[in-house]
Design a protein around this ligand. Sequence first.
Ligand code: AMP
Ligand code: MG
Length: 319
Amino acid sequence: MPIISKDISKAIALLNDDKLVAIPTETVYGLAGNIYSETAVKAIFETKKRPLFNPLIVHIPNLDYIENIVSYMPEKARALAKAFWPGPLTLVLPKKDTIPDLITAGKATVAVRVPNHPVTLELLGKLQFPLAAPSANPFNRISPTTAQHVEDYFKDKIDMILDGGACKNGIESTIIGFEDDHPIIYRLGSISTEDIEAVVGKIPIKNKKESSPNAPGMLNKHYAPSTPTVLSANILEDIKKYTDKRVGLLAFNKSIEDASIYHQIILSEKGDLAEATAKLYDALHQLDHLNLDIIIAEIFPDYGLGKSINDRLQRAAYN
Ligand code: AMP
Ligand code: MG
């Protein structure tokens, strides 16, 4: 069993020794290792069963530190970093030669962010190196938002989970790349498109159907429960198709009366999208542990964080 602990010095000792530590962030828990340690970075890919073509996000302690990671920063990238760091915004920028190819999957660009979590910021401030930290879940599974989720996934496969409580935002960072200095959203996430646009103006979203996605977070199937999942814009109607099934329901703000519902989770009774986002993955984890035949997930309003939730639900339902 990994140690679930708040002991930052213990985490530092393990990371200095090329080991992995699961770390809390405001988005989801990450599986962290020294970006310059080949042993640690290989262990990240092996532990997650993550394909080597899927690059890792580099976590740094502050904006100034980015000089060590990227070779060039367009003006709009700097504006976004100033507006949202520390925070759930990942920038994809040309990498310095010193960034190992294993981190970037051989790409000339590197993904980087400053996470907004007091425990991990303290950790990063005390380390002599940045941390590569993809989400601490096996490839294609639901991302973990509590230390317990990480333990359920990895049991004896990692040494330590640094406990920082439940993740406040609850879904992955918004990833932004640049083409000819113009920003493009590679992955919808924890910061809404509207909030990004308030800083840099209208911004396109990369088409997720492209065969060679720039961000594998854009792969169609991702963040998925093991239970078959369907999306619904009209639950009262769609639920009639599953009368003989053990049904789990994931709803936005209203509960539903129907005999075939075995369990339902309302993400935000007051209809708050940020609250719903924060609870989304824990709700999927819970439903996935109930031996259901099917999860019916309600489609969210298509604005603000509702767009990001719908993106994750579509991937959860993709087969
Ligand atoms: P995860 O940490 O599991 O949420 O995944 C990190 C995401 O960042 C993946 O979807 C990566 O593909 C994306 N990413 C990392 N590096 C790059 C890069 N150089 N170009 C585009 N996307 C990247
Ligand atoms: Mg992930």
